[in-house]
Write a protein that binds this ligand. Structure first.
Ligand SMILES: C[S@@+](CC[C@H](N)C(=O)[O-])C[C@H]1O[C@@H](n2cnc3c(N)ncnc32)[C@H](O)[C@@H]1O
Length: 262
């Protein structure tokens, strides 16, 4: 069951300074680097290179927008986010086509975009079906709707700090639904779309796993309720004493895409 917005801190609450925006930007860029090959595959499936008008909802600090701009220098690419600090950071980094708005009620007319997409967004939402319905509304007939990456923390495997680490992540992660990945077929179906759904298995080993744990520890420090902080400190110490070659982490990250009928 999803947790209520009022019971949790989200990046929107935390991202209150440019310094934190820079922390999240680095994190989003690293997350993107782990799923790049699947994204390249998805870009072909949704005809991205031929799209003239593209919308990313939940564009945050602009990490994915930059990749889209690099790939498609002539396309019209719009980013929407409801967080003004993230948008300001993004603007400073040279992405100017930005609008502040809520994905559940997009300030856009019907049938505008060839491709409407998001990346690591649905897990934060209380009503992801409404968002997919909005994606459908603003996409042109024959255009594509895509959720490029949505994690599923409940399916995660970590070694050797398996259950303790998963419990800490799931109980403190501020996401509305940490297991949203597995629900993508259902969510698209509830929005009236039959999605093609797949899984990218992000397996981290050696130095990258250590880097990933450090990212997660630093994020958890921002979000974690006081009573869990000593548990995090103990785990952080154990992780720092473990050789990278003795650790591994598997994170299931799902994707889904569908075409709006012509
Ligand atoms: C994890 S970040 C993803 C950043 C970006 N998609 C990327 O991959 O680089 C999620 C972003 O979604 C935004 N967000 C969350 N709920 C939203 C909503 N209802 N409408 C618009 N933006 C939202 C947050 O402000 C945050 O910037």
């Amino acid at each position: 069951m999803s947790r209520k917005q009022s019971e949790r801190l989200t990046p929107n609450d935390i991202l209150l300074s440019t310094e934190k925006a820079s922390f999240f930007d680095n994190l989003y860029r690293r997350q993107l680097s782990w799923t790049k090959s699947t994204r390249n595959y998805l870009y072909r499936r949704i005809n991205l290179l031929k799209a003239e008008k593209i919308l990313e909802v939940g564009s945050g600090t602009g990490a994915l927008l930059q990749e889209l701009n690099d790939l498609l220098s002539k396309a019209d690419i719009l980013g929407i986010d409801f967080n003004p600090i993230a948008l300001g950071y993004c603007r400073k980094n040279n992405h100017s086509s930005l609008v502040q708005g809520d994905g559940n009620k997009l300030p856009i007319q019907n049938d505008v975009f060839d491709v409407t997409l998001c990346n690591y967004l649905l897990l934060w939402l209380d009503n992801p079906v409404q968002l997919i319905k909005e994606f459908y509304r603003v996409t042109k007939p024959g255009g594509w709707i895509a959720c490029l990456a949505e994690p599923d923390y409940g399916g995660r495997i970590d070694h050797p700090y398996g259950e303790e680490w998963k419990e800490l992540l799931c109980s403190s992660l501020s996401a509305s639904d940490p297991n949203v990945g597995r629900k993508l077929p259902q969510l698209f179906s509830l929005a009236g779309l039959q999605a093609t759904v797949g899984l990218q298995s992000v397996v981290q080993i050696s130095d990258i796993v250590k880097e990933m744990y450090n990212d997660e520890i630093n994020s958890l420090k921002l979000f974690l309720p006081g009573k869990l902080r000593s548990k995090l400190k103990d785990l952080q110490q154990s992780i720092s004493l473990t050789k990278p070659s003795e650790m591994m982490s598997f994170m299931p990250v799902f994707y889904a895409y569908a075409r709006k009928p012509s």
